[in-house]
Design a protein around this ligand. Structure first.
Ligand code: NDP
Length: 265
């Protein structure tokens, strides 16, 4: 039976380090959070971020902008935050209303204040979780399912830096009917797709470490992409969903903010 690889204990350690860093800064770092419109998902992220910021001595400044703001207006707003010296970091809450191009707008955030891109939060959270197991990734067979810009691709590079042998699966792997064969040989499996039950528990190699990044709502429950009950019988470690990768990403965002504030000092 697998050990549960929970995000909270790892997040607590990171938060303790952040508190010390905030103390050594001598003032509260300022995080500007830009929320456009009234998306309930984005509002939930904001509440979670506000809570952790308060706990860590970080000044969280929420800017709520109207749903119908034109792209140029939003970019101008961000440029003002770029120029606002006391602001150390800027986050643009997702999802944005349909008429706004995330890539274009996020590129207007000054690199030194772009705390989401500094050390990408979710891939870093996955690396922290793997680190907490004590596994040496050198030469390990790691299979990632999903190759998105925010998870799969940056994670591939982080794993290569550790000399893991990395296979990246995506939609074409599934269409070719070869997802199962790759998953079956994974010593470390990381899944970031967003499809409940995509990865069958029976596919998990005995003793594998399973990190499930996926978040899916199924009949009022949040589940990952891996069939948890069957997978936990075979894995050595497995992340719960919720409670795995999720709680760590906000802690890493705050760590990036403090690092940005230090660099700006
Ligand atoms: P994207 O939709 O951007 O990417 C999904 C990826 O899965 C794509 O690379 C896609 O390939 C691939 N894919 C789709 N269907 C299949 C399939 N049948 N077989 C294999 N690969 C497939 O999603 P994100 O990366 O943004 O997020 C993935 C999941 O992780 C979501 O559930 C999201 O909610 C969750 N998430 C969780 C976070 C956390 O902190 N816990 C943070 C970020 C995301 P292709 O592009 O080629 O179609």
């Amino acid at each position: 039976m697998a050990k549960l690889l929970e995000g909270r204990p790892v997040a607590e350690k990171i938060k303790a380090q952040i508190k010390l860093s905030v103390q050594s800064l001598g003032r509260a770092p300022v995080l500007a959070s830009v929320l456009v419109g009234a998306n309930p998902g984005a509002a939930a992220y904001v509440r979670a971020q506000e809570k952790i910021a308060l706990e860590l001595g970080i000044a969280y400044k929420l800017h709520q902008l109207p749903e119908n703001i034109p792209e140029g207006g939003l970019i101008d707003f961000i440029l003002k935050l770029n120029a606002d010296k006391p602001v150390n970091g800027i986050i643009l809450q997702m999802p944005l209303p349909q008429h706004l191009d995330y890539k274009k707008i996020s590129e207007s955030i000054a690199p030194k204040k772009d705390i989401e891109s500094m050390h990408p939060c979710t891939p870093t959270a996955v690396m922290e979780l793997l680190g907490s197991t004590g596994i040496d990734l050198y030469g390990k067979e790691v299979v990632i399912v999903g190759h998105s810009q925010i998870v799969g691709k940056p994670l591939t590079l982080l794993l290569l830096e550790k000399f893991a042998t990395v296979t990246v699966c995506h939609i074409a792997t599934s269409k070719a009917g070869r997802l199962e064969e790759h998953v079956r040989r994974a010593e470390v499996l990381i899944v970031a797709v967003g499809q409940a039950g995509l990865i069958k528990g029976q596919w998990i190699k005995e003793g594998a470490i399973v990190i499930d990044v996926g978040i899916n709502r199924v009949a009022d429950k949040i589940v990952g992409d891996v069939e948890f009950e069957a997978a936990e019988k075979r894995a050595s470690y497995i992340t719960p969903v919720p409670g795995g990768v999720g709680p760590l990403t906000t802690a890493i965002l705050m760590r990036n903010l403090v690092e940005a504030a230090k660099l700006q000092q």
